[in-house]
Design a protein around this ligand. Structure first.
Ligand code: PLP
Length: 436
């Protein structure tokens, strides 16, 4: 007999491409049916069939206080009752801007938009307008939303030609996008020498890459990147849509002592409502319309309900700094997973920072996307399916990071580790039989 989720998925597939409004939700890689979620409470999700899950997706990182947090919910309801959108300035926008700027000093001004995609697209337009140069460097596997210019796949080695990563993206729209392997100093040096002075407007990147596993930047790579940008007058654009207010109150840039010219934020700053922003140096932000010639606008931008959700979320998160608690949870979990894998002789690389972590079935440390491409997909599928059966809700792709919330408890982590012991044992069993 079909469960309700399965029936709903079949119906949705007739109406919405793949039954989903964002591709990874369809569970295509893991060949499962996605649970349809009816509600969330704290660290838990409940599906339409009445099953409960410990949630490690948290709306892809946005709901850092967990689901339906009492104070956040109350403040949103209060705000909704006063009208949901005006298309006019409201006090909350400055309050949220002030709060963000207070914790992330490299942002001197911010502009709110509705999604990370929009914010990255606008930041690149701004960089091009400011530098009067047209090329953009990005790194293979780093995700900056789905605007055409940033949907470029890998070229080989030092990319001189880019391939579009999607049909419908013209070669023209990605012709000025160069895709390099992350953590590769030689490729970076070469591209700057060739294009830096005359053509390169900005480098956009994830400081800790979270959209192709969990990949840390190497210190020498970061310092070279910052140096080259300064030397060639190329803007450094840190895409902290995922890591901002998640790995640390000052973002990954504060952990790595980085000074980007522009920063892109999303996810946590909206607390689960559609909200993102780009911001940075005042002299750069001052050329955004209406002050300057770089046009950017939005009917619903700075939406009062989304802003309220962001404000209350950041209040609760930063003012009683919750990051040591999040770090405690993620390190308990990643240490536990590593020990289990070691004992079972399953190849597993596992790492985390603050409220996010990743795990990859491979033997060597991760430097760039190709290391994740080479990881064992079969092990991932076995592990994922067993965890789901045990009520542990993880991202259904080895390329996605996992997210904790302040609503998670030590008991939740222990329950997760009991499930992972079982799931990793199944991986080990498969590992052993397939080796014979
Ligand atoms: C999620 C994400 C985006 C895109 O944000 P959307 O709100 O999904 O458009 C951009 N950059 C990074 C690093 C992200 O993690």
């Amino acid at each position: 007999m079909l469960g309700l989720s399965e029936k709903m998925f079949q119906q949705a597939k007739k109406l919405i491409p793949g039954g989903v409004n964002s591709p990874v939700r369809a569970y295509s890689l893991v060949a499962e049916n996605p649970p349809f979620i009816s509600r969330g409470a704290g660290a838990y999700l409940y599906d339409e069939d009445g099953r409960s899950y410990i949630d490690y997706v948290n709306s892809w990182g946005a709901t850092i206080l967990g689901h339906a947090h009492q104070k956040v919910t109350a403040d949103i309801i209060h705000r909704v009752k006063q009208g949901v959108s005006f298309g006019a300035p409201t006090l909350g926008e400055s309050q949220l801007a002030e709060k963000i700027i207070a914790h992330m000093p490299t942002l001197e001004m911010v502009r709110f938009v509705n999604s990370g995609t929009e914010a990255c697209m606008s930041a690149v337009r701004l960089a091009r307008g400011y530098t009067q140069k047209k090329m953009v460097v990005k790194f293979d596997g780093h995700y900056h939303g789905h605007c055409d210019a940033l949907l470029a796949g890998a070229g080989s080695g030092v990319a001189t030609e880019s391939l579009a990563a999607s049909e419908g993206v013209t070669l023209g729209s990605v012709a000025d996008t160069l895709v390099l392997p992350f953590n590769n100093t030689a490729a970076l040096q070469e591209v700057f020498e060739r294009y830096g002075r005359d053509h390169l407007s900005c480098v956009i990147f994830e400081i800790i890459a979270g959209n192709c596993g969990f990949i840390r930047p190497q210190p020498e790579f970061l310092s070279l990147l910052q140096d080259l940008c300064q030397r060639y007058q190329v803007l450094l654009v840190a895409d902290e849509v995922m890591t901002g207010f998640r790995v640390h109150v000052g973002g990954a840039q504060s952990l790595y002592h980085l000074t980007p010219d522009l920063t892109v934020l999303g996810k946590v700053i909206g607390g689960g409502m559609p909200l993102a922003c780009y911001g940075g140096r005042r002299d750069i932000m001052k050329i955004v319309s209406p002050l300057g010639g770089v046009y950017q606008a939005g009917t619903l931008s700075g939406n009062p309900v989304a802003v309220q959700c962001g404000l209350t979320t950041l209040d609760l998160l930063c003012d009683r700094s919750q990051y040591s608690y999040l770090s405690h949870l993620s390190s308990t979990l990643t240490t536990g997973l590593k020990k289990q894998a070691e004992r079972l002789q399953v190849p597993l690389v596992c790492d985390g920072e603050g409220g996010m972590f990743g795990y990859t079935f491979t033997t060597h440390p991760l430097e760039s996307k190709k290391d994740v491409d080479q990881a064992n997909m079969k092990y991932f599928k076995i592990f994922f399916s067993e965890m789901l059966k045990c009520g542990i809700y993880l991202p259904p792709s080895p390329y996605e990071s996992c997210f904790l919330s302040t609503a998670h408890t030590d008991d939740d982590i222990q329950q997760t580790l009991r499930a992972s012991q079982q799931a990793l044992s199944q991986v080990a069993e498969f590992h052993n039989t397939s080796e014979e």
